[in-house]
Design a protein around this ligand. Structure first.
Ligand code: GAF
Length: 389
């Protein structure tokens, strides 16, 4: 693969100039994320611990007076236009531009006077890898429109709005983790988010200082929420909460898990509940270790999270299980699938000087099973959405 000569921000400007024949007034960036731990807990009002990746989506933009929006994508080469009619009701713009129209719709619905705009998008966040490219796009567009319009919307208020765009305009029933990570993360920190109160604590996550690295392995198994499995897991959790007569599974304490399980009608729903309740506890335990500077010690919690996703929540696939097993066999301190599941990425906590060796072991295990070669990179915690210039 030939490296592209420009940064993603340069590419957004080039795309903008190509489409509109002039430079943008500004550029805004928002990152993809990995989730260190806390999977499928966000829509159960629980806890998550993502961090932002250095891979970003950049939106170059200029206001336009006409009360309409035009957006071009470097990736597809398309330019899509829409007006007020298309953002009075969800669903009238489809495909990738729905994420942009959805943000305009959500802003307008919340009563904000959204400025018309010309936008151009370029991204380094791979699509379909479970690194939250859609939230990065929503967050970058939102940051641009908030600034261009001088809208009164704080960083604390923005994730819920971006989530509304995704849930109601695009139609994907996600929780609030990805949008919160794209907007609220800080360099060098993981974001400990209480998804009920939206309170955050920025937890120092100093991998370098501990001599460690996070290896991110793209399983290359296609990652899709659209196949209905994500929605099915969410529906099971909501049904279980109703059966247990609690507002959300977050309200089942780990100490009361056995009692709660005994009140549920079948083994499948019991396993779903056990994943969510134990996963919330693993997030709290991970945070306690990190607050205490014990980064190396979080490994077993990561691995236990994977086992729970595989055995109880049933959201892993052979590629991600193979990557986790091979990484652990090669000496990773812990490893787990990250994101919604059914493909996507695996993260492995490794000694910094062992990263290449663990990556090679995963690649060899893939070759032995005839899987598509995985792609590998290491990740350090980066910043949330920001204006570049
Ligand atoms: C996806 C969703 F978008 C998140 O809200 C979250 O539920 C995650 O899957 C699973 O933890 O990324």
């Amino acid at each position: 693969m030939t490296a592209r000569p420009d940064t993603v921000a340069d590419r957004a400007t080039i795309c903008f100039r190509h489409a509109y024949g002039q430079p943008p007034v500004g550029r805004w960036a928002a990152p993809g994320r990995v989730n260190l731990i806390g999977e499928h807990t966000d829509y159960n009002d629980g806890f998550v611990l993502p961090f932002a990746l250095p891979l970003r989506t950049v939106v170059a933009a200029t206001p336009q007076q006409t009360g309409s929006w035009t957006v071009c994508s470097e990736l597809t080469g398309e330019t899509v236009g829409f007006g007020v009619d298309e953002v009075t009701r969800p669903g009238r713009v489809t495909g990738w531009a729905a994420y942009v129209a959805g943000v305009v719709w959500a802003l307008r619905e919340a009563g904000h006077p959204v400025p018309g705009a010309r936008l151009a998008i370029a991204s380094d966040v791979p699509l379909g890898a479970g690194l939250s490219s859609s939230a990065a796009l929503e967050a970058a567009v939102l940051a641009a429109l908030v600034d261009l319009g001088g809208l009164a919307l704080t960083a604390e208020q923005q994730p819920r709005l971006a989530q509304r765009a995704e849930n109601h305009y695009v139609g994907a029933p996600t929780g609030i983790m990805d949008q919160s990570a794209a907007i609220r993360c800080r360099t060098g920190h993981a974001l400990f988010l209480d998804c009920r109160t939206e309170q955050v604590e920025h937890i120092p996550f100093d991998l370098d200082g501990a001599g460690l690295a996070i290896l991110v392995i793209d399983s290359r198994a296609p990652h899709r929420h659209a196949d209905g499995e994500y929605a099915a897991r969410r529906a099971s959790c909501e049904k279980a909460a109703a059966l247990l007569d609690v507002p959300a599974l977050r309200d089942v304490p780990a100490a009361g898990l056995d009692d709660a399980l005994a009140r549920l009608p079948d083994d499948e729903i019991r396993r779903r509940v056990r994943h969510v309740v134990t996963e919330d506890q693993r997030v709290l335990d991970t945070v306690a270790l990190l607050r205490d500077g014990q980064v190396r010690q979080i490994g077993p919690l990561l691995t236990a999270s994977h086992a729970s996703m595989r055995d109880d929540f049933a959201i892993t696939v052979p590629e991600v299980d193979t990557a986790v097993e091979a990484a652990l066999a090669a000496g990773a301190l812990g490893a787990r699938m990250t994101g919604g599941g059914f493909g996507g990425c695996v993260l492995a906590l490794v000694e910094a000087d062992q990263s290449d060796r663990v990556g090679a072991a995963v690649t060899a295990a893939y070759a032995a099973r005839g899987f598509t070669t995985p792609t590998l990179c290491t990740a350090t915690p980066a910043a949330g959405a920001t204006r570049l210039d």
